[in-house]
Design a protein around this ligand. Structure first.
Ligand code: ZN
Length: 236
């Protein structure tokens, strides 16, 4: 892919965050609120959130490829921690759909192809909170057990965030998954953090939305439906 996007890749894995070599992404340091037990009488009962194991064995199984996504592009592998109780094909479909969404990074020509081989250029690992912390050496109080992170070409997605989303994000977990992937791929493409461009505007995907929306509204995508970049002032 580098031959297609030399300007994007020229900066390498620029890491604007604090704990080298891993980055703890604090979009999501607050746990979601506990499920309420008082259900309104005239509504269907709210589905209980899925159970998320706090820790796992630290071993991973590679998700099968070939059922979703593109045939060309930067190669990526998906690994799911054993015991995470996720359906690998479903995870692969969701990640492929996010990467290929017209509001995503494909707008700038970044395309991705799932593989199962060890030489993949990118790796998505979905890991229990404890394993995420270990893989990225997460130590910051408030981040432990809560954040996603990235070490070079490996994006570590906290199982808790994948399953439950974030209470700072007004949208379903499926949309929050798009924010996780888009934000971390944005870093991988060399993008740094942005902040809110103005009240009522969509929060940039590269904004750390957990730190407060600063008047913006939650948004998971780097581009709008017309292909316009949802920009904001750079965070120094
Ligand atoms: Zn970030």
């Amino acid at each position: 892919m580098a031959f297609l996007l030399p300007w994007l890749f020229s900066e390498g894995y620029r890491d604007t965050e604090t704990v080298p070599p891993a980055t703890e992404d604090g979009h999501d340091q607050q746990p979601p609120p506990p499920p309420t037990s008082a259900e309104p009488k005239d509504q269907k009962p709210v589905q209980p959130p899925p159970a998320v194991p706090a820790s796992g064995p630290g071993t991973f199984t590679t998700a099968p490829a070939g059922e979703a996504g593109l045939a060309t592009g930067t190669t990526y592998r998906i690994e799911i921690e054993d015991g995470a109780a996720l359906e690998p094909t479903g995870v692969a479909r969701q990640i492929a759909a996010i990467l290929d969404d017209r509001r995503g990074w494909r707008t700038v020509g970044a395309t991705f192809r799932q593989v199962t081989t060890p030489d993949a250029e990118l790796v998505f690992r979905i890991a229990t909170p404890a394993t995420t912390d270990r893989l990225c050496d997460v130590r910051q109080p408030g981040h432990i057990g809560e954040v996603n992170c990235r070490t070079g070409p490996t994006v570590v997605i906290n199982l808790k965030r994948w399953q439950l989303g974030s209470d700072r994000f007004s949208g379903p977990a499926t949309e929050y998954r798009a924010l996780i992937v888009n934000h971390e791929i944005g870093h991988w493409l060399g993008r740094g953090h942005l902040t809110c461009p103005g009240p009522g505007r969509p929060a940039p995907a590269m904004m750390q939305q957990i730190d407060g929306l600063k008047g913006c509204v939650s948004n998971a995508w780097p581009y709008d439906d017309s292909g316009g970049y949802l920009d904001g002032p750079a965070v120094p």
